[in-house]
Ligand binder design. Structure first.
Ligand code: HEC
Length: 152
């Protein structure tokens, strides 16, 4: 089962790419916080979920990033999310009819980029417990200011 092996142990370079996409292009951290624990960076943004405690598996996370969650603040990152029914079988017109708003993403992500973000989340965030000093240093690769305010 190569698929499973890969899902559990992605390439470290892929995880690093996923982290970059989470922070920069996808700007997930604006709403979810740099540690993805829901302590958002931008107070003007909607309150993102604590992804460290999410019950979703990798597959569900990929769908969430692709399709967002209409009616909440979670944007859809697939450029064609509601163009052809690929997301929950719905198109933009269906969302409008149901009165569900969809937040615009900071940027759209390609399918491969979405996979990389999911790899990063599974490896470093989901189920890893609250951010602490040691995890923070590992996350950033050094003792940055964000880590100094955390408990050991
Ligand atoms: C504009 C703000 C915003 C941005 C940007 C954003 N999110 Fe979200 N996200 C949310 C909100 C708000 C929720 C909670 C939705 C709800 O209440 O059901 C959420 C929920 C989620 C969930 C579901 C968690 C769960 O357990 O139900 C996942 C996974 C997720 N976001 C991942 C991401 C990733 C990865 C990115 C970047 C590619 C991202 N989000 C960018 C606001 C945002």
């Amino acid at each position: 089962m190569f698929v499973c092996a890969r899902a559990q142990e992605p390439d470290p370079a892929d995880i690093a790419s996923g982290l970059r996409l989470f922070r920069a292009k996808g700007n997930c951290q604006a709403c979810h916080g740099w540690a993805a624990d829901g302590r958002k960076m931008d107070s003007q943004m909607p309150d993102g979920a604590n992804l460290r405690e999410t019950q979703l598996d990798r597959k569900a996370i990929v769908v969430l990033i692709q399709c967002g969650r209409p009616g909440s603040g979670m944007p859809a990152y697939d450029r064609l999310a509601y163009a052809d029914g690929r997301c929950y079988g719905m198109k933009s017109a269906d969302l409008a009819k149901a009165g569900m708003n969809l937040t615009d993403p900071p940027a759209t992500l390609a399918a491969r980029e979405i996979e990389l973000v999911a790899d990063f989340l599974m490896a470093k965030v989901v189920g890893k417990g609250p951010m602490n000093r040691a995890r923070c240093v590992e996350y950033w690769g050094s003792e940055v200011n964000e880590c100094k305010e955390l408990k050991e």
